[in-house]
Ligand binder design. Structure first.
Ligand code: ADP
Length: 499
């Protein structure tokens, strides 16, 4: 056996084999996502991890109760106890602990608790600590740190190999558990990346330098300790200040960004209110001159019907038709701008009543189209009752308007999902292409000409605005020829009585 330093313990062959197993197991577990061999490799990795733990456990039991066979003497037994200056190359108990933890880490590689805690990483960190203590012990020639009690110390090469294994393990899980913070792009991650290596290396190297100085006779033990204390204080205070400054700057930047966001949102809110105000005033004031145009055109048609030829009459009809359409548009715009400006306060509202009111308003249209309408029990929600009625009326009205060849069949329902109610209005009409799902909720957007289906394209935009005012959302599911289902979600009222 080749000895690096004749008086030093070296790695036991069984430790070397276990580390090889651990390395292969980690290599496989690092990426088992390549089927079809994945499952097969996975079991190999588990088997190797189990062997590593078993070797560690057997060695520990052997250290306590002295088993009839020694696991660390299974390989090359006659070469382990060479008489001479070197100590026997048994497996040190802390190495056995390290192997056991590594094995457990590999066995529980992916397991995490509900709080994202990864026991595997805890095992590996424990191993890293054992190996670090052994390394420091070797560095300072203090056997207290690299052995357990009076047992053999962990060899330097084992300590280095275990440390390397632990780093590889953590690197393999670089985005999970404790490593998630360290590798993150946050300020916390940057601070951790700077502080952790310094916290490990600075005391080790400073201590070593001072020890060497003391051994060379430059100063005594007390001076070495004082320099160590002072040096650590200075280095870490500087480092902590540097990092605190980083956090401070990041905080200032965040506060600035927050303030900017607040201003932008205020401006947006103001311009929205201005726009609504404008739409309201404009549409309100436009009614008056429009009515004048309409009534004078009607008067003109009445009084000068003898003087105007057929084409002139046609022109007057076109003008009147245009004025009527403009009136409808202004009327809708006014309704749209009123949702927020003139909306009433929310109060517990029985959706059943809102639904019945909508059905009553649509009674004639329902009769004319021979529609059947059914509904499941509807809950109470916090709402503006008039606006809620408007939503039901627009959705049911559309189900009647956009019907297919068959008589309309409309189903209204509400189901509870977590802390909200999902309402649905389902029909068997012409359906909608999925590419138009978003477009139809935009004001004045229509998928058909006025000749095909009457309307201004405000109904769904109005529904969306009302639902959003109530803190909910609205969407559609449909396909052409298959009918449509309009859904809207509203927050649940705490004191729910029904259904
Ligand atoms: P309008 O009914 O005045 O056209 P809406 O905003 O209510 O305006 O609807 C926008 C468009 O969405 C309609 O033009 C129509 O193409 C489509 N749409 C709405 N409801 C339905 C429905 N139940 N079935 C099929 N298409 C619909």
């Amino acid at each position: 056996m080749i000895h690096l330093a004749p008086s030093m313990v070296v790695m036991n062959p069984m430790t070397a084999l276990s580390l090889l197993f651990a390395g292969i197991s980690l290599w496989i577990r690092r990426d088992v996502s390549n089927p079809p061999a994945a499952r097969y490799y996975f079991y190999i990795a588990l088997g190797l991890a189990f062997l590593v733990s078993l070797i560690g456990v057997l060695r520990l039991i052997d250290a306590v109760v002295s088993l009839p066979f020694h696991v660390d003497y299974l390989l090359f037994p006659n070469r382990l106890d060479i008489p001479g200056p070197s100590p026997p190359e048994e497996m040190a108990p802390n190495t056995a602990f390290g192997l056991l933890f590594c094995g457990l880490g590999l066995l529980f590689y992916d397991w995490r608790t509900h709080k994202e805690f990864r026991p595997a990483q805890a095992f590996v960190l424990l191993t890293a600590l054992l190996a670090l203590l052994a390394l420091i012990g070797h560095l300072y020639h203090v056997l207290l740190l690299n052995r357990l009690g009076s047992a053999l110390p962990m060899s330097l090469d084992t300590a280095v190999a275990l440390e390397l294994f632990c780093m590889s393990f953590l690197a393999a899980q670089s985005h999970a558990g404790v490593m998630a913070v360290i590798t993150s792009r946050t300020v916390g991650g940057a601070v951790a990346r700077r502080l952790i290596p310094t916290a490990v290396l600075v005391p080790c190297l400073l201590g070593l330098l001072l020890l060497m100085g003391e051994q060379a006779g430059y100063y005594g033990r007390e001076s070495a300790l004082s320099i160590f204390a002072a040096g650590t204080i200075v280095i870490f205070t500087g480092l902590i200040w540097w990092n605190a400054r980083l956090l401070h700057l990041a905080d200032l930047e965040r506060a600035r960004a927050e303030e900017q966001l607040r201003q932008t949102s205020l401006n947006l809110q103001r311009s929205n209110t201005d726009l609504e105000q404008f739409a309201y005033v404009a549409s309100h004031d436009l009614f008056e001159p429009l009515r004048m145009v309409t009534s004078y055109l009607q008067l003109f048609r009445q009084q000068y019907k003898e003087l105007v030829d057929k084409q002139g009459k046609e022109f007057i009809e076109f003008a009147l038709e245009g004025a009527k359409r403009m009136e409808a548009l202004i009327h809708d715009l006014l309704a749209y701008s009123r949702v927020d400006m003139r909306g009433r306060a929310f109060e517990p509202t029985d959706c059943e009543q809102a639904f019945n009111a909508a059905v009553t308003n649509l009674k004639i249209a329902l009769q004319e189209s021979a529609a059947s309408i059914t509904h499941s029990p509807l809950p109470r929600v916090l709402a503006d009752k008039i606006q809620l009625t408007q939503v039901f009326q627009n959705l049911i009205g559309n189900a009647l308007k956009f019907r297919g060849d068959r008589p309309p069949q409309i189903t209204v329902a509400a189901v509870r999902q977590e802390n909200e109610w999902i309402f649905s209005v389902r029909d068997n009409g012409i359906g909608i292409d999925s590419k138009d799902f978003n477009r139809i909720f935009v004001i004045f957007q229509r998928l058909h000409t006025r000749q095909e289906y009457a309307g201004t394209g405000i109904g769904l935009a109005l529904c969306k605005k009302i639902i959003e005012r109530h803190g909910g959302r609205i969407w559609v599911e449909s396909s052409p020829g298959q009918g449509s289902s309009f859904y809207f979600a509203l927050p649940m009222l705490e004191e729910v009585e029904k259904p």
